[in-house]
Design a protein around this ligand. Structure first.
Ligand code: ZN
Length: 137
């Protein structure tokens, strides 16, 4: 079994936004040389998340709107008393900071309408890291 580890860095521009990192993740899978196994995509941040869904502008706006409805920034959150970003932590906690994909015959397996996104929840940030770890044979 082999393990390939890569860290991708991205810059975010807005308070909340979706960044399509599909190409970077697929490049890491190709670089790994691993044919069959699993690819973990993990954001080592408490105020970001990883999702897989369609890269369609309207839907991307809908996802951000839904996050805003579920985790309103002006909610009466206790964490806002010490750090004004409780909504970002909550969205990260419940959306999740990682997604796992199969790797088959050297390629990441995903649906046609499943691009991979970093979800920025507390931007803009000069550096957001995404860990891609490919494990297999
Ligand atoms: Zn905080």
């Amino acid at each position: 079994m082999r393990v390939y580890f890569k860290e991708i860095t991205v810059r975010t521009q807005r308070r909340r936004e979706l960044l399509d990192i599909t190409h970077e993740v697929e490049r890491a899978v190709a670089e790994s040389g691993i044919s069959n196994g699993l690819c973990l995509v993990f954001a080592p941040h408490a105020t970001a998340a990883i999702i897989a869904n369609e890269h369609e502008r309207g839907l991307m706006n809908d996802i951000l709107r839904k996050l805003g409805e579920d985790y309103p920034e002006d909610g009466k959150w206790e964490h806002n008393l010490i750090d004004d970003n409780a909504a970002a932590h909550l969205a990260s906690a419940f959306v999740g900071s990682a997604r796992l994909f199969p790797v088959k015959e050297g390629r990441l397996v995903r649906g046609t309408w499943q691009n991979i996104f970093l979800v920025e929840l507390d931007g803009p940030r000069a550096v957001r890291r995404v860990v891609v770890e490919v494990v297999g044979v």
